[in-house]
Structures are given as structure tokens and as C-alpha cells.
Write a protein that binds this ligand. Sequence first.
Ligand SMILES: [Mn+2]
Length: 464
Amino acid sequence: MFSKETYLRRRARLREKVGGGVLLFLGNNQVGMNYEGNEYEFRQDSSFLYFWGLDYAGLSAVIDADSGDEMIFGDELTIDDIVWTGTMPSLADNARLVGVEKTLPVKELKEYLRKAMHQGRNIRFLPPYRGDHYLRLMDLLGILPDAQAVRADEPLIKAIVDMRIHKTAEEIAVIEDAVDVSTMMHLEAYRRVRPGVHESEIASSVLKIATKRPGGRLAFPTIATVAGQVLHNHGFIHTLKEGDIFLLDAGAENATHYCGDLSSSMPVGERFTRRQEEIYNLHLRSFQAAVDQLRPGNPYRNAHLAAAEVIAEGMIDLGLMKGNPRDIAESGAYALVFPCGTGHMMGLDVHNMENLGEQYVGYADGEKKSTQFGFKSLRLARPLEPGFIFTVEPGIYFIPELIDLWKAEGRFKEFINYDKFEPWKGFGGLRNELDYVITENGARVLGTLKKPMTLEEVYNAKNQ
Ligand SMILES: [Mn+2]
């Protein structure tokens, strides 16, 4: 948790930006996994954490942006709770830690909102993403679940996005810490990956490092796979063998809930094959081309197009594509081997604020996200500003089903030599990923530890 002043400042700023109305924040509740009392690991809503700091279930909060009143709704512990979980500071004491003097029982929230609605006041809320929030919003505001996303308040969403997207020095410091833990997870994988080891063993050693410190956990389910062409592969079904490419996409969240997100690709054996090295180095060049575009004012779309263009050049050199690399990038034909975006915003969420809408987070006002395959996965396109924190993670993937589909449809025939792709169908896929912050005049990679990137660094890390 940050100091009380941080939370006071954030809420005052939000009040000012939104200008008026009742701002409603629903904290997260516990969710039963297989029965009510056996819960998933609790995770507080990130906007709730950002403005109210309190990291436990059963809370809601309101800012009256007209009067300046701030209040947290929650119930004090009963003797049953204390017998079960032990005693804890009271809600009133916790609220004071984040600069809130007024606390009320949960049941008073409905009455408070009913009164506000009666007075014709504008009740502003965020789009829900959890089942119980849909039900609570229906109960509290009388809005049916289907209508809640469209009735969510755009000025509130935009104000929150604008605040959470610009990181302060104290936020950058805790994110950098989470990135360091993430790097340690990856260094452990480089050491452990070898023929005969199972994917689940790597996933478990990575988890162990993420959870070593109090409050530490994974920022998202780990991807640890030799089938890297499957972009979100959580199966852990393979035993590693000589000749495979192992791909790890894993990151830690520290006690503050800010996170890191890194990816690594490495040979299962001592070295990559010549063909794997060639694709790995092509990927590194595309990574560098993206990084070269990182500076204030330059749209992240340019970083994506630069990476796509380098990959297209490499595909032409291999005889897999033809034509002008820039045209291949701009047409979207590159997406056959690079079907995802180059990166995404990061912060309290690994895909920061995705629940508030990618359009608001990753795109400038008035700039519409494309629906074309490839470009539709570009989560970040807008001009970069100091304090933005995001990932860079171009990759090269040979997805047999996608190759067959595009070939059958004759898609981008002018750019793609489909027949040459046949021998590449079993290649798999690879990527690396690092986290960056935009500075006043450029960008800086986050983390004080170095994650291996070049072939030499990768081979060395395997022998540490
Ligand atoms: Mn990522």
C-alpha cells in the first residue's frame, strides 16, 4: 500500500476530472471454486485498489464528486469471522490508512444510492466483469445485466484510464520490482530446461519464485510450452525433448499487485538448430525495430508496423513471402506468422485496464480499432506519452491450421508463397518479451536484472 496522501491525491484528482455525480466503486468479493466456502485466491479489483488501497473482500466505495464526500461501505468482523480468520483491524482503522474518515455498513449502500437516484443525481459506475457485480448492479441500480456495459459511465472510464495509464515514480519503482521477480522466474527456467523435463516442472519452479515473498503471486496463468505456436497454451502436456523450442510467458505480481510480464524462448537442448537460430535472430531484429520506435509522441502502431516489416523482410529472404515488406506489413499479410499485437499496456493488470475497454486504453480518441485478423489483436496503437508502461513482444509462429485456412481461401496470394510453407508447419513458434516505460525523451527497459535476449546470452543462461 502507498501512503495515505497518494490515495487522497488520486481521489481528489478523479473528482476534479469527472466534475460531478456519484462515483460508485464495487470492490471484489470472494468467489467459490467448487463450493462457496472453498474460494479462489482473492484478487481485489484494480481500480478499487488504485483509489482505495484496501485489499480485501466485501467492500464498496463512493465519491460524491459534488460535495467531496468519500465513504467506504463494508461490514465489521463478527465473532464468527474472528473465530474463523482471527482478529483484524476494523474497517474504520483500515479506511483511515487511505485517508477515508467515513465508513458505513454494506446494507446502507442501497439506501444511499436510492436516495441519490431520487434526487436525479448521475450515478457513475464502471463496466462489470464478474458475475456477482452484474447482480449487485442490478440490485443497487435496477439496471439489467445486458444493459450495464453500455450504461457504464464514459467520463469516469476515461478519467480513470488517463490516471492509471500515466505511472508516477512510486508506481514505476514497484513495477520494476515485479519485473525483477519476473526475470528471476525466467532465469530459473533457462537453468532448468533440458530434455526429459516436463512442462509442468518448469511451470512449478516459476510459480515457486513468484510466491516466495509475502504477497507475491503470478500476474497471469503461466505459459510454459514446447508448442509455442499455440499463443495461450496452459496445458502442460509435453515432456521436453532435444530439438524443441521451449517458450515461457510468465510474470509476477508483488504485494502491491503491480506486475511484470516477460517471455523467453530457448532451446531444450544445448543449442538451437541452424534454422531455429535463423528465425530467433529474425525475431530479435523485429524486436529491436519495435524498440527503436519507442519515444513520446510516436504511435505504438509504428512499433508494431516496424516489427511486422522486419518479419516480412525475413520471410521474403526465406522465400516464404514476396513483394515489398512495407506492403506486407500494412496489408496485414504478415499476420500469417505474427497474428498478435506487438504489446499491451501493463500496470495493476497484466493487460492494464482491459476491463475498462481496449478502445479507451490502447487507442487515441476517435481512432477505431481494426477488425481485420492480426490488426484486431493490436491492443496498443496510440501515441506514446511519458509514464506509459507496456510490453514489447513480437513473435514468429507457424500455425498449421492458419496456414491451411489462408491457403484454401487464397488470402494475400500476391504476398505469400503457400507451397513453400509446407516444411515449416512443424516449426512451432517463439517470442521474447520485455517491459518498457516511456521517459521524457525516449524509453527505458524496466528491471535491474538482465533477461537473456541474444543467442549468446540464452546459451550462457542455460549453463548458469
Ligand atoms: Mn504480454
